[in-house]
Structures are given as structure tokens and as C-alpha cells.
Design a binder for this molecule. Structure first.
Ligand code: G3H
Ligand code: 13P
Ligand code: ZN
Length: 338
């Protein structure tokens, strides 16, 4: 068998303590997806500078893209970079978790546990309920042997991603959550209350428009969230699909040769409201993709002769740093909670 790596040896932490503090403190820990070095550098920089705990999130597609062997060293490198940066700036070190996002098989979750991840999601939400329970419990039993925390999911999000797709949203049924949590032993639960993946979270016909013609989506189902919280008080809840799809980023993309149509996200005020409850982990990927693309497109239009990747990836990385700092400080409330 290949050599096993435990996350503690990489300087990472699991999510247990992070979530307990977040639920108590009425804020959410950011879970930012990354696929490459610039995204990782931006996340660490922003979270050290705002003194926020952070969950580095890797989808199965991202793991293949970045290379699963290299990823372990990226996780360790992120911790080392954080320590050096904190020392240099006279700031506290921040807790960092490395998390598998939307794991779909026991084998994938097991492989992540064995290669240094400190937290895994097993997403059995598209399976029938009993199969979701069986698969999630199997992952929990394995992961807990190594003190790796596990996120399960009940309810299906709408939206289409490369490896994550669900045609329709099925809100989480509050009457299932107690049974699911107690039968599986999960450490946190992702729920479906109207968010979805990607940059087109709602169809135009589901939205109204404000005076500037900007789409206003229907509100999240806070009634379902409250009902869930009543049944499992204080239990860590996770919100996927929480990008706000900023109109400025979409405009910048389209003004510089892009062709995004009918983009709409979740207004940040609603995410902020959710974090004041037991929602203690908020997943954001698309907003990073959008700002990165916007900055690169702008750079290419303004400086078409540039061909050194540092010239266009540098401003893209800075745009990400600014966005993550904004999320930590103004949306998730995680700034200063490291
Ligand atoms: O929830 C899905 C994340 O945005 C990851 O997407 O599978 O395209 O890497 P991906
Ligand atoms: P967004 O597409 O809204 O960024 O959601 C990301 C996500 O849920 C990753 O699991
Ligand atoms: Zn997700």
C-alpha cells in the first residue's frame, strides 16, 4: 500500500473546532475552492490578512487538474506560507482545513483521508435516502478512525457544474435531518434551501428586475433553515452554491470580450443573514472564477502584447485577494476569528 499521510503531519486541522466556534459566534467559515497556485496564494493571503479561519476546498475535478500527489504538498505549502506570512506581519497563525468537496464515492473519500485531507464531503444527496445514509455512514466510519471530519448532504441543489449536476432543486426535508445525522454520525450537514452551483443560479423568469434592469432572485427558504435548526439545534449547517455572481465582475467579463448571459447569484445580504444562524460553512467557487476571468480578460484587452503569465495572473490573483477579504469582512463575519 502507498504511504499514508495524516493531515496533522501537514499542519492542517479538521473542521470540528472551527465549526463549534462559528456556530457559537454567529459567523461562517469560508470554504473557497481552488485548482491552481494563484487561487491558493490568494486565499491564504486574504485569510491571514483578515485573520480568518479557512477551508481549502478541492473538488474531484480540481484534484485531477492539480494532480492528487502534488495536492498533499500544496496543502502543506499553504500551511507553511501562512506561518511565514503571519510571522512577517506580526499576525496570529490561522487554522487551515483541506477538504474534499462533493466526494461521490467511498473510494475517493478514503483516498483523500489517506493522502492528508482533514475533512471530506460525501455527497449522496442524489441517491435514495437509505443509500445516502449507507454511503455516508461508511465514509464517516473510515474518516473518524483518522479524526477526519465528514460533511453529508440532504436535499439536492439545482445547477450544473462539470462534475456536479442536478437538474432540479429539491429542498431539504426537515423531517429527515435528525434521523440522517444520528444514523450517519456526520460532523456537518449541507442543505438545500434555494442556492445552486454556478453563475446562473436562477432562470430569468424566476426573477424580478430592479430599476437598473438587474435580476433580483427569489429569497432563500429561511423557513426551511429555521425548521432544520429547530430539529438539530446547534448542529453545523453548510451552504453550497453561495456565490453572489457580482454584476461588476460579469460586466467586466462581457465588456472585455466575454459572453455571459443571464447570470444571477445569491445576494450577499442573504448569505450574511444565514451565517447568523447555525450555518457555519459557506462554499464559494464561482465568484472567484468570475473575478479571475474578468481581470485576465481586461488585462489581455488592454495589453495584448503581454505573454508572460505573471503579467496577467498577478492582477487576477490580486482581484481574488480583494474579493476574499471582502467576503470574510463583510459577508461571512469570519474576519478576526482565527
Ligand atoms: O460545487 C462545485 C464546485 O464549484 C466545484 O466545481 O467540479 O467544476 O471543480 P468543479
Ligand atoms: P458557487 O458555484 O455558488 O460558488 O458554489 C460553490 C460550491 O458550492 C462548491 O461546493
Ligand atoms: Zn457545492
Amino acid at each position: 500500500m502507498a504511504e499514508r499521510t495524516h493531515y496533522k503531519d501537514l499542519g492542517l486541522v479538521n473542521t470540528r473546532e472551527m465549526f463549534a466556534r462559528a456556530v457559537k459566534g454567529g459567523y461562517a467559515v469560508p470554504a473557497y475552492n481552488f485548482n491552481n497556485m494563484e487561487q491558493l496564494q490568494a486565499i491564504i493571503t486574504a485569510c491571514v490578512e483578515t485573520q480568518s479561519p479557512v477551508i481549502l476546498q478541492v473538488s474531484s475535478g480540481a484534484r485531477k487538474y492539480a494532480n492528487q500527489t502534488l495536492l498533499k504538498y500544496l496543502g502543506q505549502g499553504a500551511v507553511e506560507m501562512m506561518k511565514a506570512m503571519a510571522a512577517e506581519k506580526g499576525l496570529r497563525e490561522i487554522p487551515i482545513a483541506l477538504h474534499l468537496d462533493h466526494g461521490d464515492t467511498f473510494e475517493l473519500a478514503q483516498s483523500c483521508v489517506d493522502t492528508g485531507f482533514s475533512s471530506v464531503m460525501i455527497d449522496g444527496s442524489h441517491h435514495p435516502y437509505e443509500e445516502n445514509v449507507r454511503l455516508t455512514k461508511q465514509v464517516v466510519e473510515y474518516a473518524h478512525r483518522f479524526d477526519v471530519t465528514v460533511e453529508g448532504e440532504l436535499g439536492v441543489l439545482a445547477g450544473i457544474e462539470d462534475d456536479v449536476s442536478a437538474e432540479k432543486s429539491h429542498y431539504t426535508k426537515p423531517e429527515e435531518v435528525e434521523d440522517f445525522v444520528s444514523k450517519t454520525g456526520v460532523d456537518s450537514l449541507a442543505i438545500s434551501i434555494g442556492t445552486s452551483h454556478g453563475a446562473n443560479k436562477f432562470k430569468p423568469e424566476q426573477c424580478t428586475r430592479n430599476k437598473d434592469g438587474i435580476f433580483i432572485p427569489p429569497p432563500l427558504r429561511f423557513d426551511i433553515l429555521r425548521e432544520i435548526e429547530k430539529r438539530i439545534p446547534g448542529f453545523p449547517i453548510v451552504l453550497h452554491g453561495s456565490s453572489s455572481v457580482p454584476v461588476e465582475a460579469v460586466r467586466m467579463i462581457n465588456e472585455n470580450g466575454g459572453a455571459l448571459k443571464d447570470s444571477v447569484g445569491i445576494p450577499e445580504e442573504q448569505i450574511r443573514e444565514a451565517t447568523q444562524s447555525a450555518v457555519c460553512k459557506v462554499n464559494i467557487d464561482s465568484d472567484g472564477r468570475l473575478w479571475m476571468t474578468a481581470a485576465i480578460r481586461k488585462h489581455f484587452r488592454e495589453k495584448p502584447a503581454d505573454f508572460d503569465p505573471r503579467k496577467y495572473l498577478g492582477p487576477a490573483r490580486q482581484a481574488l485577494i480583494d474579493m476574499y477579504k471582502h467576503k470574510n469582512e463583510n459577508v461571512l463575519g469570519s474576519a478576526g476569528k482565527a
